[in-house]
Design a protein around this ligand. Structure first.
Ligand code: CP
Ligand code: NVA
Length: 334
């Protein structure tokens, strides 16, 4: 009750300061958010993590529409809704046949008359865009081939928890430039964090994302550095981040990718080039012995299980703001 009052009090404070609102908005990409949105989301997650169960979304429902498997995203969204007093319904890849049994537009037209928001995990990012354009309720990206914004927001919150700040930190990403690195790169640069990415030729950042990233870097004053050599990216970094070499949907390329990415493993030798107090991050699931060794994954520097837990806290804030229209801010954010 006390925490609920604190959040409401923060809401009033924020309103009087002209704070941002995500109420009713889609979240398909990090570029749907402003720097202030992310600053407040991170701040609010600090409060939300200690708040536990709240009755902010009673009488609200969320559908989870997934074309790909999931552990963290599905469970953290479902528990987030439950802890906020709302309800969720999960639709597995086999159930709906998005775009096969029924057109993407019709799926959106139907679902939006049942629920208050749609969280979708898709192959094509375009599927999310079509869902959003035909849905009268907000659509949240739970991972597409292009972006994973809920993961990136959680990653920034986790870095903030561990380091006490965001701006000025150096993030090094090693490996495939994919949905996870795209969202992380955009979010980090927007918040004034230096971002270095090391990927092999042919697996580097695609042009459109790079264009936005360069704009964000120019605006925030952060450095953006792309290289082929992992050592150049990791040297002196505060955060070392990697993800799988083969993402969902790319399974046929697994062997080829193992060969191409062989030099991009985060192991103790590579991690030793980062700052002594650097943290290691990974969205999970991890492929042990491929992109990361067990020695790093389970080392004291690894924060991967805090990252996984934080998905729930950050998504509670997102849901409260998008569905409930609650504008909250925090006294904890420096
Ligand atoms: N990190 C993440 O999105 O995990 P899942 O694929 O298990 O949801
Ligand atoms: N890049 C990975 C992330 C999984 C959370 C994938 O898309 O499979």
């Amino acid at each position: 009750m006390t925490l609920y009052l604190i959040i409401v009090f923060h809401a009033i404070l924020l309103e009087s300061n002209g704070g941002t609102s995500l109420k009713g908005k889609d979240l398909l990409s990090i570029s749907d958010l402003s720097r202030e949105d992310i600053r407040l989301l991170v701040a609010d997650a600090v409060d939300m993590k200690v708040a536990g169960w709240l009755s902010l979304l009673s009488a609200k429902t969320l559908v989870l529409l997934f074309e790909k498997p999931s552990l963290r995203t599905r469970v953290s969204f479902e528990i987030a809704m439950r802890q906020l007093g709302g309800q969720s319904i999960y639709l597995s890849p086999a159930e709906v046949g998005i775009g096969q049994r029924e057109s993407v537009a019709d799926v959106a037209r139907v679902l939006c008359n049942y629920v208050d928001a749609i969280t979708a995990r898709t192959f094509a990012h375009r599927t999310l865009e079509i869902l959003a354009s035909y849905s009268s309720v907000p659509v949240i990206n739970a991972l597409s081939d292009l972006e994973h914004p809920c993961q990136a927001l959680t990653d920034l919150f986790t870095i903030y928890e561990k380091k006490g700040k965001l701006e000025g930190l150096k993030v090094a990403y090693v490996g495939d430039s994919n949905n996870v690195s795209n969202s992380l790169m955009l979010a980090a640069l927007l918040m004034g964090m230096d971002f270095r990415i090391a990927s092999p030729i042919g697996y580097q950042v695609q042009a459109e994302i790079m264009h936005t990233a360069q704009e964000y870097a120019a605006d925030s004053g952060a450095d953006l550095f792309c290289a082929e050599e992992p050592q150049l990216a990791v040297s002196g970094a505060d955060v070392v981040y990697t993800d799988v070499w083969t993402s969902m949907g790319q399974e046929a390329e697994t062997e080829q990718r193992r060969q191409i990415f062989a030099g991009y493993q985060v192991n103790n030798e590579l991690l030793s080039l980062a700052k002594k107090d650097a943290i290691f991050m990974h969205p999970l699931p991890a492929h042990h012995g491929e992109e990361v060794t067990e020695g790093v994954l389970y080392s004291p520097q690894s924060v991967v299980f805090d990252q996984a837990e934080n998905r729930m806290h950050v998504q509670k804030v997102l849901l409260a703001e998008i569905l409930g229209g609650l504008e909250i801010t925090s006294v904890n954010y420096k």
